[in-house]
Design a binder for this molecule. Structure first.
Ligand SMILES: [Zn+2]
Length: 327
């Protein structure tokens, strides 16, 4: 079977076009001086698609499957027997969204797979001329100012071994690729089958806890991250605009999550002292700070309005089903 199936189902991804204007590149903010917002945001994220799968590439197998049940399956990331989502994986997903909504460079693409990026949006190379995303997340030789801790699930986790069609990559390239939020097809037949694989996944409703560490961010930069986490401001209140996607099997419509801020701890300068002190902020004041930050990102045009609109429109959950087989 080839990926060029004439009866192909609708593709589960969209291309967000690159803006004509080049990224606004400038000097990075340094770590030396203590300025702006520094601290950590406690977050939860809840799986809102049928499943989330974050695998390390490791697998397990059942030698007595008798062709009736899964033979080999890819396992979820585990540490000391507990599943977890690596912070680097969350950061990668959020960075890709920040790049799209701030007209930044395209940091990840594969020229050997025919993916082309125009010169204007090639990865930043000079450390004193960085696009908004590279200023926040860093580049080779420059440490970023945004980090995610590893995320662990809250409460009991019901892991399931789910059968999915093999994953095909799109063969052409025109902008930034984002997977849509559609229903994942349920495959009742549990037998091993050619062009299908099994993955160990957590179902809808599973909630994880993570920490987002921020160093010396301007309010507009915090606002940009907030938009990338799927939030927006409406009538001066924070609302959910879309569900970012994490982990693997995105072409099978896995991985949509809803982020929620819980509380924050900010390091603030204190009168008469050189050392900053930690200040805890509960959810309500945190939400108003985030709204102010998002408004600043919009006002300072760090948020690229048309790219944001296009992303939100295309990531709206759809009633249609994700392709079951090749597309
Ligand atoms: Zn860049």
């Amino acid at each position: 079977m080839s990926p060029r199936n004439p009866n192909a189902e609708p593709k589960p991804f969209v291309w967000i076009p690159l803006p004509k204007d080049p990224p606004q590149r400038s000097q990075p903010t340094t770590h030396e001086r203590f300025s702006g917002l520094t601290g950590k945001l406690e977050l939860t994220f809840t799986v809102v698609s049928e499943y989330l799968f974050v695998g390390s590439g490791a697998y397990e197998f059942d030698p007595n499957h008798n062709n009736q049940r899964p033979d080999v399956w890819y396992t979820f990331y585990r540490r000391n027997g507990q599943i977890w989502v690596p912070g680097t994986s969350i950061k990668g997903a959020i960075r890709a969204i920040v790049e799209a909504i701030s007209n930044s460079c395209v940091s990840q693409f594969r020229p050997n797979k025919g993916e082309r990026v125009p010169p204007s949006h090639q990865p930043c190379r000079r450390s004193n001329e960085l696009c908004p995303a590279c200023r926040l997340f860093g580049m080779t030789g420059l440490r970023g100012r945004v980090h995610f801790s590893d995320a662990f699930p809250e409460g009991q986790v019901r892991l399931q071994i789910v059968k999915i069609g093999e994953l095909w990559e799109p063969s052409s390239y025109s902008g930034r690729k984002f997977y849509e939020v559609k229903r994942a097809p349920q495959i009742a037949d549990r037998r091993p089958q050619r062009n299908f694989r099994f993955v160990e996944a957590v179902p809808k409703g599973t909630r994880f806890r993570a920490t987002l560490h921020l160093e010396n961010l301007s309010e507009a930069e915090v606002g940009l991250i907030a938009y990338a986490l799927g939030w927006d401001v409406e009538r001066e209140g924070a609302v959910l605009a879309f569900s970012p996607k994490l982990g693997g099997a995105k072409p099978r419509c896995f991985g949509a999550v809803e982020f929620e801020p819980v509380c924050a701890v900010w390091w603030r300068p204190r009168e008469g002292s050189k050392l900053p002190v930690p200040m805890r902020q509960d959810q309500r004041p945190l939400l108003s700070l985030l709204c102010r930050c998002m408004e600043a990102a919009r006002a300072q045009r760090l948020l690229h309005e048309s790219s944001w609109k296009s992303l939100v429109k295309n990531m709206r959950p759809q009633e249609t089903s994700c392709p079951r087989e090749v597309y």
